[in-house]
Write a protein of this length. Structure first.
Length: 206
């Protein structure tokens, strides 16, 4: 944990990891940041890794499948001050892996005199993956996000369900198929949408 004064304001960064059991871990963190849009993007990209079993992209801080929209606030090109609280619970039982993730973020625009770009949001997600056999893996994920835009009172609610199956063809060749259902409800009609996506991929490492 670090506490002090930074960027003309009091600042706290803290992280706690607790092993509830040999195969169950709880991680809780709180962070305050003053960033440009480029700095946030570079930091997020540096936290992307590859699951050695499934070959899928994962978030290295949580071990969860990588989601480019992993926070309930948007990326803007302004300087913003963000406060983020996150809790992650992971567990492994035999060939099954489980995870629960909760996040709250408040983001304030530092460039504008008005709070036109201020946002506040929270999200919950959960995932389950199972190794079906030596070569095949199955995973399922669901999430809910709620984002409020302070000035105009707009509120977005996003629901996501995805399932995928991966197959290890050779030691360094993986293939996968994935289905994603995503829906956003909003108090602004033009921001509502429904998406159904099916994707296939092949990954080769050298």
């Amino acid at each position: 944990m670090t506490y002090g004064r930074r960027d003309d304001d009091e600042n706290l960064d803290a992280r706690l990891t607790y092993d509830i059991g040999p195969r169950t871990r709880l991680t809780v963190s709180y962070a305050e940041r003053l960033d440009t849009g480029d700095q946030r993007l570079v930091r997020d990209l540096s936290l992307i890794g590859v699951d050695p079993i499934t070959g899928e992209l994962i978030d290295l801080t949580t071990g969860l499948p990588f989601d480019p929209n992993n926070a309930p606030t948007s990326i803007t090109d302004d300087v913003t001050r963000s406060k983020t609280f996150r809790a992650v619970l992971t567990a492994t039982r035999g060939r099954n892996s489980f995870s629960l993730n909760a996040i709250y973020r408040k983001q304030e625009d530092e460039d504008s005199l008005a709070d036109s770009d201020d946002e506040e949001g929270f999200a919950f997600s959960g995932s389950w993956s199972r190794r079906l056999n030596r070569r095949t893996n199955f995973s399922f994920r669901g999430s809910f996000e709620n984002t409020k835009f302070i000035l105009d009172g707009r509120e977005d609610k996003e629901y996501l369900v995805s399932t995928s199956i991966g197959y290890n063809i050779f030691r360094n060749v993986n293939t996968f198929a994935r289905y994603v259902y995503r829906r956003q409800d909003s108090t602004l009609d033009s921001e509502e949408f429904t998406e159904n996506r099916i994707s296939f991929g092949l990954r080769r490492t050298f």
